[in-house]
Design a protein around this ligand. Structure first.
Ligand SMILES: N[C@H](CCC[C@H](N)C(=O)O)C(=O)O
Length: 278
């Protein structure tokens, strides 16, 4: 199976085109392909371009645990660059249909930067989803290991739990993010960000991803965390999100349409041996 590997601020994905896939992408096969020791190693698989009625290209996004994600910001930037490398798009804007909705993308700087209009952020419990009565999920409490956190929840197609804290570390997100991911409040599980607001134009996050665990960067997490900071009145509408892997620039419209701009790096092209499945 031919694949292309890219990373977006250290959040790496394999891109596989339908014509290069000679077997079914089962959860077990995805887990093995993404395994850092027994497979190629990746934070997920981008399967496309697929036919789409609603957009120029269709895309399916899979997490390393084999689950399918509705959206991935870094994944969409990488897929846009992949389409540009294959000369299926040029420098003009194009659209991509994902399970979590249609997005618009544009490749710039010879493929090394991509802008994606990610869609509208909602804090509505029914859309995220979050258990309980229908409401905006803002500054609620959740207790893990007898420690109570204040969180907001948001969706940009995929679910996010944003915990505001005075100091963010990998240790705290690994310890609590893994438990928040599967908390009963979140029927579809959730991505988790621990967020420190640095000033009205900058936030710092550490990320625990649904179905992937600790990652160095996340585009949908950046979009969700920045939207929460803006909704709480802590940040303006232009926010730089600082993560271990690097920075993403977020723009938020008055009705919470989020646009994300960030880097993409091509890593390799390769051929997968099916021996890994034996
Ligand atoms: N794990 C996420 C999908 C990938 C998100 C992240 N890699 C990004 O860049 O947005 C989920 O299950 O919703």
């Amino acid at each position: 199976m031919k694949y292309s590997k890219y990373h977006a601020l250290g959040n790496d994905y394999l891109v596989v085109a339908p014509e290069d896939l000679a077997f079914e992408l089962t959860p077990e096969k995805i887990q093995r392909i993404c395994h850092r020791n027994f497979g190629i190693g990746s934070d997920g698989i981008l399967f496309g371009p697929l036919p789409s009625k609603d957009a120029r290209f269709g895309l399916r996004i899979f997490n390393p645990d084999g689950s399918e994600a509705e959206k991935s910001g870094n994944g969409l930037r990488i897929f846009s660059r992949y389409l540009w490398d294959r000369k299926l798009v040029k420098d003009a804007e194009f659209d991509i249909e994902t399970v979590g909705g249609r997005v618009k993308a544009c490749v710039a700087k010879s493929g090394q930067s991509v802008r994606v209009e990610m869609g509208y952020v909602s804090f509505q419990s029914d859309k995220i989803p979050v258990a309980g009565h229908s409401r905006e999920v803002l500054e609620e409490s959740i207790t893990i290991d007898n420690k109570t956190f204040t969180f907001c929840a948001a969706t940009i197609g995929n679910p996010h739990c944003v915990v505001q804290i005075s100091e963010v570390t990998p240790e705290i997100v690994k310890k609590y993010g893994s438990q928040l991911e599967v908390h009963p409040y979140f029927p579809n599980r959730t991505n988790v960000q621990f967020m420190k607001v640095l000033d009205r134009g900058n936030i710092q996050i550490q990320i625990w991803e649904r179905g992937a665990g600790y990652t160095l960067a996340s585009g949908s997490s950046s979009s969700a965390a920045a939207a929460v900071a803006h909704r709480l009145g802590l940040c303006d509408s232009s926010i730089v999100v600082h993560m271990p892997g690097g920075q993403i620039a977020i723009e938020i419209s008055n009705d919470f349409l989020v646009t994300m701009t960030g880097a993409v790096t091509k890593v390799a092209e390769g051929l997968l041996s099916t021996e890994i499945f034996e």
